[in-house]
Design a protein around this ligand. Structure first.
Ligand code: NAD
Length: 243
């Protein structure tokens, strides 16, 4: 199946990687959209939109796709939980895959983290560490939040239990806390570790990305999967068959 793909944010690092993977996979780029370009015009002649741009652009992308009835593959991160819920309402009339990370390895990491969080008692203290390149604008990364959800769910915790960094005299660590630490520097594509630490031992589950193609391959796979699906919110696990 050859798709006509509209890329929103095509001048960016991910936009470039997606254009390359799409072309290699036999698809056509029917819309190259970046700041100032007309998304509606480009999307009207496309089968779907793939958006990797900025979090404050997501609303207009979803509104345009919903208006035109076009599927969405979204990789943009940096939204609050509330924004995410509101945005997904806008996208209700169309099928959408919105993932903080499209790599197969990271989705396996989340799956394994979920298992570890379920098997290990709460006194195996969970902490998340992520590192990205110095140009990254949002923190923590969307992937770190996916990892957090993999820990919060099985442990019956909530977003209020996340502890974003520590400084001063925060006191002893509580059992319910899930630490979240964002490092930034250089050209790191994306490192993520989930740590479960008890007295005498600790388990670390780590994924390191060294190329953006892992995300663009996942996004193109999602694009091929979602065209023709009924409206709904799908996860990358649906696409990869990890459920
Ligand atoms: P980038 O800064 O290199 O690219 C963003 C692009 O969006 C730029 O070209 C910018 O001009 C464009 N843009 C800004 N405003 C726009 C507008 N109004 N309309 C259209 N385009 C607009 O960033 P990047 O590294 O390519 O990352 C983009 C997003 O994707 C970020 O949110 C990042 O966290 C996320 N990301 C997600 C995954 C994943 O697997 N889900 C992987 C990598 C990056």
């Amino acid at each position: 199946m050859s798709l006509n793909i509209c890329i929103n944010g095509y001048k960016g690092r991910m936009g470039n990687a997606i254009a390359e993977t799409a072309t290699e996979s036999g698809h056509k780029i029917s819309g190259n959209v970046d700041i100032g370009d007309n998304l509606e015009e480009a999307l009207a002649k496309s089968d779907l939109v793939i958006d990797f741009s900025l979090n404050n652009v997501t609303r207009s992308v979803f509104e345009t796709a919903a208006k035109l009835g076009k599927p969405i593959v979204c990789g943009t991160t940096g939204h609050t939980q509330k924004d995410r819920v509101d945005l997904l309402k806008i996208a209700e009339p169309v099928p959408i895959v919105w993932a903080g990370n499209f790599s197969i390895g990271v989705n396996l990491l989340c799956y394994l983290t979920e298992r570890a969080a379920d098997i290990l008692p709460l006194y195996y203290n969970a902490e998340i560490v992520e590192m990205h390149h110095r140009m990254k604008k949002d923190a923590p990364s969307g992937t770190a939040l996916m990892l957090a959800e993999s820990i919060l769910g099985p442990r019956n915790l909530s977003y209020d239990d996340l502890r974003h960094g520590r400084e001063g005299v925060p006191g002893e660590r509580g059992e319910r806390e899930v630490g979240m630490h964002s490092l930034r520097g250089g050209d790191v594509v994306g490192d993520h570790t989930a740590i479960f630490a008890d007295i005498g031992e600790r388990i670390e589950l780590t994924h390191k990305a060294s190329s953006r193609t892992i995300f663009s391959h996942g996004a193109i796979r999602a694009a091929e999967w979602i065209v023709g699906k009924p409206p709904g919110i799908y996860s990358i696990r649906d696409v990869l068959g990890l459920k």
